[in-house]
Design a protein around this ligand. Structure first.
Ligand code: DX5
Length: 232
């Protein structure tokens, strides 16, 4: 299944970082009918002070679901791993601007691998630093927490950055997903969507709930009532 194009409908993207690592396949199968994509948070203990999984997790989950697999690379020197994640079956590869000395070249190389291209910025990274690369992208990820751990609270100051990004995407008529990640739950999801996000990554709010399927349904119900500030 492909990522599709932004069309104003908000995508719900469960992050498996919060799933039961001992039963990852079961967790993904449990929610796959309700979710739009799944996100794998790849961490290397260098770019962020945490360590998760590598390309083998992508290939393992590729066998468990047809959902598009969104791979969020929170790693140093991401260019060293792009082809192994692409060959493992990633549908989207998102690299951090802060980890890319030559972002244009790295984004182009993701494109050449036949994979959708994402660029992420941390809360303290100004949006202006990402603007020169928007034309290379399929997705811009405005992190709503400092990357590294799930279960954090959304950094409220990032909402204005999301709003600004949405205005620019609209003005330039860019076919870009505007994704948020970190502290997204039934309270903060409407704030993110009304600021302009149309792809919501949520880990704890889904996999730490008693009913992950119900959690996705209620997130979708809540945001469906909210206007994405865009006419896409
Ligand atoms: C941080 C991770 C988390 C995760 C979602 O590096 O990227 O944001 O995906 O975590 P929750 O939804 O639990 O805040």
């Amino acid at each position: 299944m492909k990522l599709g194009k932004p069309n104003g409908r908000v995508r719900i993207v469960p992050s498996v970082l919060a799933a039961d690592f001992a039963h990852m396949g079961d967790s993904v199968r449990q929610i796959e009918k309700e979710a739009d994509w799944i996100q794998l948070d790849v961490m290397d203990g260098h770019f962020v002070p945490n360590l998760t999984f590598g390309p083998d997790m992508v290939s393992a989950l590729k066998k468990e679901t047809d959902l598009p697999i969104d791979v969020h690379l929170m790693i140093a020197k991401p260019w060293k791993f792009l082809s192994s994640f692409a060959s493992a079956g990633a549908d989207l590869l998102t690299v951090h601007l802060e980890a890319c000395p030559r972002p244009g070249i790295i984004l182009e190389s993701i494109r050449k691998l036949g994979v959708k291209v994402g660029l992420a910025i941390k809360p303290r990274t100004p949006l202006s630093r990402a603007l020169p690369y928007l034309s290379f992208l399929d997705l811009l990820l405005v992190m709503t927490v400092e990357p590294g751990f799930g279960g954090q609270r959304l950094v409220r100051e990032t909402l204005s950055k999301i709003q600004k990004a949405r205005e620019i995407i609209l003005r330039k008529k860019l076919p870009l997903w505007l994704q948020v990640d970190g502290g997204i739950n039934h309270r903060t999801a409407p704030l993110a969507v009304s600021a302009g996000a149309d792809s919501l990554v949520a880990g704890s709010a889904i996999f730490r709930s008693k009913n992950p399927v119900g959690a996705i349904r209620s997130l979708r119900r809540i945001v469906n009532g909210v206007h994405v500030t865009s006419d896409i």
